[in-house]
Design a protein around this ligand. Structure first.
Ligand SMILES: Cc1ncc(C[n+]2csc(CCOP(=O)(O)OP(=O)(O)O)c2C)c(N)n1
Ligand SMILES: [Mg+2]
Length: 878
């Protein structure tokens, strides 16, 4: 609402009054009075908005700006070389027909935002823990260009930009998987950097509150685009940052007003919109809109008429001002008010075009960063106005500038001239990289600035400290089975976690994480035992204070109860799962979640965790399409293993018995934290209670590799294999088959995914070495007598068990839970999906008959006994 000023005189009086308060009593008092007035207005039902958005101008008044101490001209020369080399890198990668891609315009808009950080703020890792920086993914050329200038990369490296296959090239975007010594975080999938950054800052405080790794004044910097802020993940966790007072977090949003296709908010103002959102979420907001060339002009705006134009101007118009130049800006911006036009009458069109935006002014950016790193009690967001394609001549602020990878010679020359790059007309077509000699003042300055800040960045710690294994008892306890007690695999897992939490060697590194689901998984005892982390502690008496398992929140709490945010809880897990590199302090996080709300919900974050070389455990609890029986089709997971199998370094298991879980977790800790393998584990667990047998002798190896023989048969004519709780149906089917003198053996398959991986690997090895003796896949090794037909059944869609078909040489029948789930009893569901003992027996009888191992009469008798209905509709029918 912007009502007309009906009585300017009265307005003047009010303004004079507040001015005199500011002058005589200070800003705090003035602000107090305004808040009181606003409260009064609110009593009448008005909603004053002044405290969410401020006028469209810099948040830091000129007189409050901290002064940049360095050599502006030297820094400009260095930054210009970085700009040039970043441009050259992309242009050279796209010179021939390879069309490797890359981006020019994004970094050109962000160069100053990064440079001021590199020169004055980003801490390196010498003698301290480095700052954690989430770079805007497609600004990678600029970051490489700096590392080139610093001497870490050479010309050949730069020419290998995006050539990642044969040579150790420079990866397209920040990918720790491909450049493990360099990039800290993968960020280019828009929105993941912001949410991961917020939870990184949260975990940094958590680690510090627990006394594990002091945070001191270490910072998390998150650079992102204004278009990127439309991703739900980008803004989805900003309230947590505000609520938790993450003063160690700084967002820098590069507001170039454009995204890929066009303006971010052509009809609005993205900076104002973001200011409202972030301030509402409890952040410090620092707007860096106008560069210092605007200062004298703004100072002349005594009546606020220029400010009115600034407040009203749309982002779509702002883009035009940079694309169409000074004369256009004079006519379409300043001329909106004749008095304002007068303010700029002494300026040429060129001068007007050169009125710089805040994000391109090192002084303004320095003042903003300085304020951000020195403020406490809240996270800070810097909203910096920039121009997309800054300096690339006619492609500046043009709607297609995002995808520019090739430039005309004229554009390249314009860029060279604007930034005074020492390349002659003769050489320019070659687009040479430029690095001053080692003893040049530029190089010395560059080295000195980084030395002052603790060494070069980006850098990633590729090596991790090696942990000692925990006391074996946490695992071996479960080897003897449940001794007739009926328990679930989820309970067994929680038991292992609880024991590990108490372990002398690694106890402090174990972190249970839940997204508001602890009671579902029977973990509420942990609330009191280890406490729930809360940065505020517990300032109220919990409702259940008199109970044994009361809801204990504490500053030193161990458990992370992240609330209903799978994306957030997963981001917290990722931060802990990479603590070995980012904190030089390995942590072992266990994230327990409804398996349906795991990969299906946050797969892209899981992919990023793979890229980040995360190490830890994901527990997909309440899994199995028929085992989680009463919840219906949005809860019942019959495919998370298919999804997890798409992530190369994720090892997934669907165990049936508690000892299998113990063996898998023990092996996981050994592989990840002792042998330093870059794996993470996905284990599905179930809520069905049943008895757990004793571990068969020598089963460990098979459990880890993916299958082992559970129940032998005397001269078996069929093999029944299965996983998870459905293994019990195979065990029952074994008994049913006995009624017809059919002997069978039962195998527990802990991981079809791993069996397939092994199969692919061995098959390929044989193919590559035709002259060597063929080696067998693990499945072939297990099924030595390959004439025995096999029937597989799981609580997952058939594709899960189908994966090993190429390696099963005998007849192979697969049962599974294809189709939408539904709510009913487990018994009815298993009948419906045809994975119960009856269906397994039917499949076994049929395959034996097909293989001439069972005559027609016997088959008919079995079908009759089992009351097989040939007209039963198929469960995945649509
Ligand atoms: C999840 C996701 N969706 C789409 C893209 C493709 N993409 C890459 S950059 C980009 C535009 C980014 O605009 P903005 O965030 O404003 O950054 P700018 O380049 O303007 O600084 C898009 C759509 C992506 N990388 N990730
Ligand atoms: Mg943008």
């Amino acid at each position: 609402m912007n009502p007309e000023d009906k009585d300017p005189l009265e307005t003047r009086e009010w303004l004079d009054a507040i001015n005199s308060i500011i002058e005589e009593e200070g800003l705090d008092r003035a602000s107090y009075l305004m808040t009181k007035l606003a409260k009064r207005l609110n009593e009448e039902g008005a909603i004053p908005t002044y405290n969410l958005t401020t006028p469209f101008r810099n948040s830091i008044p000129v007189k409050e700006e901290a002064q940049m101490p360095g050599d502006l001209f030297m820094e400009r020369r260095i930054r210009s070389l970085i700009r040039w080399n970043a441009l050259a890198l992309v242009l050279r990668a796209n010179k021939n027909d390879d069309d490797l891609g890359g981006h020019i315009s994004t970094f050109s808009s962000a160069a100053t935002l990064y440079d001021v950080g590199f020169n004055y703020f980003f801490r390196g890792s010498e003698g301290q823990l480095e700052d954690l920086i989430y770079y805007q993914g497609h600004s990678s050329p600029g970051i490489y260009a700096r590392s080139f200038l610093e001497g870490y990369l050479n010309e050949e490296d730069l020419d290998n930009f995006r050539s990642e296959v044969k040579k150790p090239g420079l990866s397209s975007y920040p990918h720790p998987w491909l450049m493990p010594d360099y990039w800290q975080f993968p960020t280019v999938s828009m929105g993941l950097g912001p949410i991961m950054g917020i939870y990184q800052a949260h975990i940094m405080r958590y680690m510090s509150a627990r006394g594990l790794v002091p945070r001191n004044d270490r910072k998390v910097w998150v650079f992102c685009g204004d278009g990127e802020m439309d991703e739900p993940e980008s803004k989805g966790a900003i309230a947590l940052a505000g609520r938790e007072s993450l003063e160690n977090l700084i967002f820098v949003i590069n507001c170039n007003l454009q995204r890929l296709d066009g303006p971010v908010r052509g009809n609005g103002k993205i900076i104002q919109e973001l200011e409202g959102s972030f301030r509402g979420a409890g952040w410090n907001v620092i707007k860096v809109i106008w560069g210092r060339k605007w200062d004298p002009i703004i100072a002349k705006d005594k009546e606020g008429k220029l400010q009115d134009i600034m407040d009203a101007v749309l982002d779509g118009e702002m883009q035009n001002f940079k694309a169409k130049g000074g004369a256009y800006t004079r006519e379409n911006f300043f001329a909106k008010d004749p008095d304002v036009l007068k303010i700029v009458e002494d300026l040429t069109d060129e001068d007007i075009y050169r009125l710089n935006r805040g994000g391109h002014d090192p002084y303004k950016v320095y003042a903003a960063y300085h304020k951000a790193v020195n403020s406490s009690g809240a996270p800070t967001v810097i909203l910096a106005l920039t121009t997309k394609g800054y300096g690339v001549g006619s492609r500046e602020a043009d709607n297609t500038t995002h995808q520019v990878k090739k430039l005309s010679l004229d554009n390249i020359k314009a860029f060279r001239d604007k930034f005074n790059i020492p390349v002659t007309d003769e050489d320019i077509e070659k687009i040479p990289y430029v690095r001053p000699p080692e003893d040049s003042p530029e190089m010395q300055y560059l080295r000195k600035t980084r030395a002052n800040l603790g060494g070069p960045i980006p850098r990633r710690r590729a090596k991790s400290k090696i942990l000692n294994m925990p006391d074996d008892k946490a695992f071996s306890k479960l080897y003897s089975g449940s001794e007739e007690r009926k328990i679930s695999t989820t309970m067994a897992t929680v038991r292992v976690i609880t024991d590990l939490l108490k372990d002398k060697e690694i106890g402090q590194r174990i972190v249970p994480i839940v997204p508001d689901e602890a009671r579902t998984f029977g973990m509420e005892a942990l609330f009191r035992q280890v406490g729930i982390y809360s940065s505020a502690g517990q300032n109220y008496e919990p409702e259940d204070a008199d109970k044994v398992m009361w809801y204990k929140e504490s500053k030193e709490g161990v458990m992370l109860e992240e609330g209903i945010t799978e994306a957030g809880a997963f981001s917290a897990w990722t931060a802990l799962a990479t603590a070995y590199t980012n904190y030089d302090f390995p942590m072992i996080p266990f994230y327990l979640f409804y398996s349906m709300f795991g990969f299906q919900r946050i797969h892209d974050l899981a992919w990023a965790a793979g890229d980040s070389q995360a190490k830890g455990f994901l527990i997909g609890a309440t899994s199995g399409r028929t085992t989680l029986n009463g919840e219906g089709l949005q809860h019942q997971d019959g495919h998370s293993h298919i999804l997890s199998s798409t992530i190369p370094n994720c090892l997934s298991y669907d165990p049936a018995f508690s000892y299998e879980i113990a063996v898998i977790i023990k092996d996981g800790i050994q592989k990840m934290f002792v042998e330093q393998k870059n794996y993470f584990y996905y284990i599905t667990t179930m809520n069905e209670n049943y008895e757990h047998p004793q571990m068969p002798k020598g089963a460990e190896e098979g459990i880890i590799k993916g299958m082992y023989k559970l129940l032998p048969g005397k001269k078996p004519s069929i093999r029944l294999i299965g996983s998870g709780s459905i293994l019990n149906e195979s065990i029952k089917a074994k008994e049913l088959l006995k009624n017809y003198d059919i002997q069978s053996e039962v195998w527990s398959v802990t991981s079809f995914n791993l069996l397939r991986k092994n199969g692919m690997e061995i098959e390929r090895k044989n193919q590559l070495n035709p002259n060597k003796k063929e080696i067998k896949t693990y499945v072939e090794e297990c099924f030595e007598d390959d004439s025995i037909p096999v029937v597989a059944s799981t609580d997952y869609m058939r594709a899960y068990a189908e994966q090993i078909r190429p390696y099963v040489k005998a007849d192979y029948t697969v049962l599974g839970t294809d189709g939408f789930g539904r709510s009913d009893s487990r018994k009815n569901l298993r009948e419906f999906f045809e994975i119960d003992a009856t269906s397994i027996t039917r499949a076994a009888a049929y395959t034996l008959h097909k293989n001439n191992l069972l005559d027609k009469t016997k088959l008919k008798q079995i079908y009759d006994d089992l009351e097989i209905d040939p007209l039963k509709p198929n469960p995945w029918e649509v």
